[in-house]
Design a protein around this ligand. Structure first.
Ligand code: R5P
Length: 300
């Protein structure tokens, strides 16, 4: 079946790169907000038969960006799926490297919604065939998806980038206990016996304030602090400060999805990071590593 790729508004560069890797045509989209705040999305084609009977790959990360917030990105994704289904796509694959609401996977306080599950109810109702994401916050929520799902691991790519910067005598630091398994898997990409240290993080569920503890000995070490997401930068900045106090040499702040909201860049660099490293899951200045080839390899 012939494949065609739709590059959603938030993933234009990544979408085109994936299309190049696959040697298929990429189609652009146009998006805007109506005066009342409703989203508008159009797949940029004049001839709808171009989509009919094709295997259609939609690439749209749903993180915030300079020209759209997460809810806008989601609405655009839903609209793209609806459009290609209406135009007769035979098979629909959604690639959403960052999935919004994935962190709302638990009820932390009475009265909350477990919205990550609802996200998949929406996606399921649109009738897609495959759903790809990258380093999802909780694998558990993928069980809500009724179609085939693939969670792609970006750790080797991020580790290769850090190695290319000449990092040596590396310690991987997990900013909280929940991220320790991920950090161990990450450390393995730097070689055998690369140590993993862990800070203990507590976040106040009401205020969001973070406290972190950990007596680590990082003197003279190149420290890689790895997380799945950098949002406000609070977690990363707190961990970096502790790593600096513990005598770290270089400090790399690494996340698959570096959303870098508000003052995050300032907070992280001020705390003492040498570099912030993310992937093109989020198209911003921290994007140092492209996911295009690894995603394309899964799509072949
Ligand atoms: C939490 O469980 C996540 O893995 C990240 O640590 C968190 O989302 C980062 O958020 P922030 O940058 O706002 O501290």
């Amino acid at each position: 079946m012939k494949k065609i790729l739709i590059a959603g508004p938030s993933s234009q560069i990544l979408g085109v790169k994936i299309a190049h890797e696959l040697g298929i045509e990429a189609i652009n989209t146009e998006a805007k907000l109506f005066p009342d705040g409703e989203n508008y999305l159009r797949i940029n084609i004049e001839d709808e038969t171009l989509i009919a009977d094709k295997k259609v790959i939609i690439v749209q990360s749903t993180g915030p960006s300079s020209n759209g917030n997460q809810n806008t990105r989601l609405m655009e994704l839903f609209m793209m799926i609806d459009s290609v289904k209406r135009m007769g796509a035979a098979y629909v694959i959604v690639v959403s490297p960052y999935l919004a609401y994935a962190r709302q996977d638990k009820v932390f306080r009475p009265g909350e919604s477990q919205f990550s599950k609802v996200m998949f109810k929406f996606i399921n109702s649109l009738g897609i065939d495959e759903f790809y994401t990258v380093d999802i916050h909780s694998q558990e929520i993928l069980k809500e998806c009724t179609c085939k799902t693939i969670n792609i691991d970006s750790m080797k790519l991020l580790a290769d980038y850090i190695k290319s910067k000449g990092a040596k005598d590396i310690v991987v630091v997990s900013p909280d206990k929940g991220a320790i398994e991920r950090s161990k898997a990450f450390a393995a990409h730097f070689g055998e016996n690369v140590p993993v240290d862990v800070f203990e993080k507590q976040r106040d569920n009401k205020t969001g304030d973070i406290t972190m503890r950990g007596e680590l000995s990082l003197k003279g070490k190149d420290v890689v602090i790895a997380d799945d997401i950098i949002a406000t930068g609070g977690t990363m900045a707190t961990a970096i400060k502790l790593a600096r106090e513990s005598g770290a040499n270089k400090i790399y702040a690494v996340a698959t999805h570096a959303l870098l909201l508000d003052q995050a860049k300032y907070r992280i660099l001020k705390a003492g990071a040498d570099e912030i490293i993310g992937t093109d899951s989020i198209d911003n200045e921290a994007c140092k590593v492209s996911l295009a080839k690894i995603i394309a390899d899964y799509l072949k």
